[in-house]
Design a protein around this ligand. Structure first.
Ligand SMILES: [Zn+2]
Ligand SMILES: [Zn+2]
Length: 352
């Protein structure tokens, strides 16, 4: 049995400097008893990967190079750990990139995204999935049905953020929604809000290219925040009522400050984006409307839902992909994602 993978050569796309990758030979993973060996086939480039690639994460993670990025991944099982009963060699799988401790109060309550000991892929010192072969705990690995592509498997990760945001928001049939930011996470939130039955979805972004994509994916209205006053425009579109639910996905202090003006009476603001600076925010608006604010940190219990939603055709997540590159061209893929944010909503890297 061992010989089958003993002569396999692993390679990693190693980030050696800001905006610099080197394809390096690395050792094959030593697959543990509760783990799977996975030949990686598709990796999505996430905003956090881009942040790291541009050197913007070094203040939080100093001295972290060389490093391997990538946490949105799917592949094919090539080795099964001794204790793993429910996977076989050849299974096509997606991995959930956070591995919680499973024992703390948060894990036991089901909100394992809040586990203080979670081990998250591509978060130093834990290397990411931009490798030919990785090992991964079987309990955070999901078998893909035949009608899901490897890239759709990788996209279950950003879709999970959208689904978690939708679930946290309480969106349901008939609700009016505004999504601030039409990038990958904004569009995944749009797909989820639509699947949950929102009747009206207004997407706001600086780029018409993102807004057109949002319309194609089911937005009912768009606002170009570069040329229009976002708050005025949303109030106009809703007859002065504001929206039931506001999702902030742009991660910007500007959009964060707009949320309390846009939310309607009794409405909900959901903070999805990661906003670093403090933001001037009108709590008076919340008070007057008895509105509430909820935050979203990654996701929990969403992979089975995301998988079913895509497999059943309810959510067509592959349509967010705007570019695909082979593994060897990971550097071009990242440069494109970082330098052409107008046209690049989601770039993915695929392995033969
Ligand atoms: Zn991601
Ligand atoms: Zn825990």
């Amino acid at each position: 049995m061992i010989e089958r993978w003993s002569n396999m050569q692993n390679q990693a796309m190693v980030m050696t400097d800001v905006r610099k990758f080197e394809l390096c030979n690395v050792s094959m993973p030593e697959v543990g008893t509760d783990e799977l060996g996975i030949a990686v086939k598709s990796v999505g480039i996430c905003g956090s990967d881009m942040h790291f690639y541009e050197g913007k994460a070094f203040s939080i993670f100093p001295n972290s190079l060389p490093f391997v990025l990538g946490h949105e991944a799917a592949g094919v099982v090539y080795q099964v750990g001794e204790n793993v009963k429910d996977f076989q060699v050849g299974d096509r799988v997606a991995i959930e990139p956070g591995v919680p401790c499973g024992k703390c109060a948060f894990c036991e309550s089901g909100r394992y995204n809040l586990c203080p000991d979670v081990v998250f892929l591509a978060t130093p010192p834990v290397e990411g999935a931009l490798k030919r072969y990785i090992k991964y705990p079987a309990f955070k690995t999901y078998r893909l049905p035949d009608n899901l592509s490897m890239t759709e498997g990788a996209l279950l990760e950003p879709l999970s953020v959208g689904i978690h945001a939708a679930q946290r928001s309480g969106v349901t049939i008939g609700k009016t929604v505004a999504i601030l930011g039409g990038g990958c996470i904004g569009l995944c939130t749009l797909l989820a809000a639509k699947a949950w039955g929102a009747s009206r979805i207004i997407v706001c972004d600086l780029f018409d290219s993102h807004l057109n994509k949002a319309l194609a994916l089911g937005a009912t209205d768009t606002v170009n925040s570069g040329t229009q006053n976002t708050v005025e425009q949303i109030m106009k579109l809703t007859g002065g009522a504001g929206v039931d639910i506001v999702f902030e996905t742009a991660g910007s202090p500007v959009t964060a400050a707009q949320t309390s003006h846009i939310v309607g009476r009794g409405g909900t603001i959901v903070m999805v984006g990661n906003i670093m600076p403090d933001v001037p925010f009108s709590f008076r608006n919340l008070y007057k409307k008895e509105a509430e604010v909820r935050a979203v940190f990654r996701y929990c219990n969403t992979y089975p839902i995301a998988l079913q939603a895509v497999a059943s055709g309810r959510i067509d997540v592959k349509r967010i992909v705007s570019a695909s590159y082979p593994f060897e061209q990971a550097q071009q893929a990242f440069d494109h994602a970082v330098d052409d944010k107008v046209n690049c909503v989601k770039a993915v890297i695929t392995m033969e």
